[in-house]
Ligand binder design. Structure first.
Ligand SMILES: *Cc1c(COP(=O)(O)O)cnc(C)c1O
Length: 436
């Protein structure tokens, strides 16, 4: 237990890091800017837990933003990585490890007949969009407000003022002309998609969607949403890109969009399939994927793409994801959802809801259900910051930002649920403290 402030060694590490790294971090959310305070610097992770540089131990519900589905340092994966590394880290030449991981993915993902491995989810979606444009000969891409598809120029856009207007970049340094090719609809709102297609339908190369949204907190697709979306796209000749960078191999053994009524011309994967090492992948029908070099005119390449160490970590992770792992993840996360809901209720929090799909879970400090970004944005961020720091003090590491997803890992069990419950008692009391 501690007071939620990071320890002296973390504070010192952060001061030192900021003299070298921009903002002291390599990915903005890690800086704790959204919740205040000083980030915890991690020394090690094992199973369900992290240990920070001050020796404090945390139940880890970030799990590298979903990548470490088996928990930290799973022995089989570490062994596979060690064995692969011993044979050489990268060659820039083909290895059997690439099609071996690819075969596992094809077997589990009906929409994928051909795959290309890249080094991040960002690259995967960027490549999928390029393939869609190359295949259709069209320019525009439809995405959803609150959907995150990596930080490539064209996808760093949320809504403009009206659904049918061109969108504005979310980031400096992104030319308006590039984001102008991105159209933004509201998640779970097919009418907003229809309006865009009525005006721009003939120019749309692809719709890109998270089949379960995970980057505005967890927001499940409404019944009929994914099916309707693909139908609209298809009738205008646009492709559907299912961005399963989070959901692929997290919610089941394979992709999840087809179980939720969606279809895919292209699928992007990442996170879990790299077993904790940097990875991304784009896959689709052999016809669509054939536009990619060397078979077709759409160029894409990667020095470290498909490197044997990542491929070994990925294949070993997928092999470990037997049905009983998914049922255990479901059990653990359902128990966590119940514990959080009961403690929120008991604490008398005025506005809250817990949303969960499989091992993805978010506490929103607003009345539910949350169906889109506008509703997610109503969450009380100050309450979340107080909750976050109280949870940290009680030994639970949550995403340091209100609109993110917590991830359970297969290393967690009933004892961890109990830890979460005890911590949540403090967390919700803190959230309520200066609540309205
Ligand atoms: C994490 C994520 C990405 C980007 O992946 P990186 O490996 O961080 O580049 C893309 N799409 C979704 C849905 C993600 O959650």
């Amino acid at each position: 237990m501690n007071d939620g402030a990071s320890g002296p060694r973390s504070a010192k590490a952060f001061r030192r890091a900021r003299r070298t790294l921009v903002g002291g971090v390599d990915s903005p959310v890690r800086s704790f800017q959204a919740v205040g305070g000083t980030p915890v610097f991690v020394r090690s992770g094992r199973g369900a837990h992290l240990t920070d540089v001050d020796g404090r131990r945390y139940l880890d519900l970030v799990n590298s933003w979903g990548a470490t589905i088996l928990g930290h340092a799973p022995p089989a994966v570490v062994r596979a990585v060690r064995a692969a590394a011993t044979r050489g880290l990268t060659y820039g030449a083909p290895t059997e490890a690439e099609h071996e991981l690819g075969e596992r993915i094809l077997a589990a993902c009906p929409a994928i007949e051909r795959i290309r491995f890249v080094n991040s989810g960002t690259e995967a979606v960027m490549t999928a969009v390029r393939v869609a444009r190359g295949f259709t000969g069209r320019r525009k891409v439809v995405k959803f407000e609150g959907g995150y598809h990596g930080h490539s120029d064209g996808l760093l856009a949320k809504a403009g003022s009206g659904a049918a207007t061109h969108s504005l970049p979310d980031s400096a340094g992104v030319p308006a002309a590039i984001v102008g090719e991105t159209l933004v609809a509201a998640y779970n709102d097919l009418d907003s998609v229809r309006r865009l297609f009525e005006i721009h339908g003939e120019d749309v190369a692809a719709v890109v969607v998270e089949p379960v949204a995970g980057n505005m907190g967890v927001v499940p697709p409404a019944p009929g949403f994914l099916a309707g979306l693909s139908k609209i796209a298809r009738s205008s000749g646009a492709l559907t890109i299912q961005d399963e960078v989070i959901t692929g191999f997290r919610l089941r053994n394979g992709t999840v969009h087809e179980r939720l009524g969606g279809r895919a011309d292209l699928v992007t994967l990442g996170k879990v399939i790299g077993g904790g090492l940097p990875v991304g992948a784009v896959g689709g029908s052999s016809t669509v994927m054939a536009v990619l070099a060397p078979d077709g005119p759409v160029y894409q390449a990667g020095t470290l793409a498909g490197n044997p160490v990542t491929m070994a970590a990925g294949a070993t992770t997928l092999d470990a994801l037997v049905p009983r792992v998914f049922s255990s993840l479901e059990r653990t996360a359902a128990a966590m959802e119940r514990a959080l809901a009961e403690e929120a209720e008991a604490a008398g929090i005025p506005r809250w809801c817990v949303q969960r799909v499989g091992s993805m879970l978010t506490v929103f400090f607003t009345n539910g259900p949350v169906r889109n970004l506008a509703e997610a944005n109503r969450t009380d961020r100050a309450a979340y910051a107080r909750y976050f720091h109280a949870m940290l003090g009680a030994g639970v590491y949550l995403p340091p930002s209100a609109l993110e997803t917590s991830f359970a890992s297969a290393a967690m069990g009933p004892r961890d649920v109990a830890t979460l419950r005890t911590a949540a008692r403090r967390g919700f009391a803190a959230a309520r403290a200066r609540g309205r």
